[in-house]
Design a protein around this ligand. Structure first.
Ligand code: DQA
Length: 141
């Protein structure tokens, strides 16, 4: 069964209650269940952390165990060379997702350090962005 890993960064454990006008009313658990329902024949191991090093560990681990990785690095996408290097180090394709359109927001969100190491970046499509990324990894890689 093809495996696509889902990695979510800091504060995304608060989805549902965190700025719902910006990030939607659904929890991370609901988003993950929605992906599993949309792609019932595939397996989606998931990891969320508020800690940068744990996210590096997850990328390395999933890079060895999965067909691809969908990552929402959250704020670390704007700051973390370590996450970028981890993405560049793994052999499987990685797609970056942001729920909000980072280019329509504050200037400090306009740069994605991690995005340049990814196969592609999807930003501004809410929860659907995760589905777009998973679909691409499953059917085009
Ligand atoms: C986010 C966008 C980031 O700028 C922000 O720090 C987040 C969430 C998004 O999904 O829109 O935490 O990655």
């Amino acid at each position: 069964m093809p495996t696509i890993a889902l990695v979510n960064g800091p504060n995304l454990n608060l989805l549902g209650q965190r700025e719902p006008g910006m990030y939607g009313a659904r929890t991370l658990q609901q988003i993950i269940e929605g992906i599993q329902q949309a792609f019932p024949d595939h397996h989606f191991p998931h990891f969320q952390s508020n800690h940068e090093g744990e996210l590096v560990d997850a990328i390395q681990r999933f890079g060895a165990e999965s067909k691809g990785i969908v990552i929402n690095p959250a704020a670390y996408g704007h700051t973390s060379v370590a996450l970028r290097d981890a993405i560049a180090a793994v052999r499987v394709p990685v797609i970056e997702v942001h729920l909000s359109n980072i280019y329509a927001r504050e200037g400090f969100r306009h740069t994605s350090i991690t995005g340049g190491a990814c196969a592609g970046v999807i930003s501004g499509f809410g929860e659907e962005g995760y589905h777009m990324a998973v679909g691409h990894l499953l059917f085009h890689h």
